[in-house]
Ligand binder design. Sequence first.
Ligand SMILES: NC(=O)c1ccc[n+]([C@@H]2O[C@H](COP(=O)([O-])OP(=O)(O)OC[C@H]3O[C@@H](n4cnc5c(N)ncnc54)[C@H](O)[C@@H]3O)[C@@H](O)[C@H]2O)c1
Length: 359
Amino acid sequence: MTDVFGPSHKDVHEQVVFCADEQSGLRAIIAIHNTALGPALGGTRFYPYESEQAALADVLNLAKGMAYKNALAGLDLGGGKAVIIGDPARDKSEPLLRAYGRFVESLGGRYVTACDVGTFSEDMDLIARETRFVTGRTLAHGGAGDSSILTAYGVFQGMRASAERVFGAPTLRGRRVGVEGVGKVGHRLVELLREDGADVVICDVSERAIERVRRLHPEVDVVADARELTGADIDVFAPCALGGALDDETVSRLRARIVCGAANNQLAHAGVEKQLDERGILYAPDYVVNSGGVIQVSDELEGFDMERARAKAARIYDTTLKIFAMASEEGVPPAVAADRLAERRMSEVGRIRGIWLGR
Ligand SMILES: NC(=O)c1ccc[n+]([C@@H]2O[C@H](COP(=O)([O-])OP(=O)(O)OC[C@H]3O[C@@H](n4cnc5c(N)ncnc54)[C@H](O)[C@@H]3O)[C@@H](O)[C@H]2O)c1
């Protein structure tokens, strides 16, 4: 049974809303982890969960993750997320998305939505016809468009900071970087790495994704799978496919000195961050370095400006360095330092709202 109010105080969610519209088939759950820093922003995942319990567990976990990510991205936004239960290929329709938009509107701005797995900018345009509280719309509708642009840019900044820490210079020039998954984010990361002068080796389960990279960069090496990639002679491992890329076995095999990639929830279970630390592998926490996407879409709330958003995403470099420094000072792995820093900002900046404004 999923525990909405616990088990620890960090897992308590402020608000969880179940939404249903029988005619359109909408079944959605919106979870707001906390609004200490502002309205809760996070994407809508459209996924065929096998049960309501599985959907609830996922949305709670994702909403909490967004609270930490938004806090460290320096945004005045809390953490939230939504899931729509269903197969997007079969169940997505205009009435369903618009019904969902009306539920988002009903929260009065406490939750602001965006794209996630199974939802796209065109879907956000439809949702926006029912609610003001939506980001990630198409450029044609004044939106931020494809968030993978600044996600890749932010990961690259995090990787430069990692290189500074390990090799003493903020560049990947002459280093060999293994990229697992060259989809929307991964293929853009390869571009940035090649521009910087890195050697790149990739793997992907999709032949099409590999071909797209190879067409532009025939010099990029390809290996069969993630197992071969992680066992290869690489300096940096960049997981950019699915979550859980770092488990006990992968960590014991890994020859890279740095792990820095876009995938969410890279650590397969608690404790992997310690194993990485013990093996002398620097882990740039996933939610810190992949926050470029949320930085991009949240800029829409001020009227989207790509250059302003890029400048904000560039700060991921400094944040990553700060986390590494804090990790050394406090004798903890960077993943623990990141959580502490996020919690500190939520608590210290969130607290100032208690100052009475006299109105
Ligand atoms: N798109 C964003 O703005 C964004 C923002 C933050 C985090 N992320 C995370 O980054 C990761 C990549 O996102 P994306 O938008 O590029 O997704 P995507 O679906 O476009 O790309 C993922 C790629 O990984 C490949 N892949 C899947 N399983 C694989 C495996 N076992 N081995 C090798 N390759 C495999 C897929 O074929 C695909 O090409 C995801 O974990 C996502 O949650 C994305």
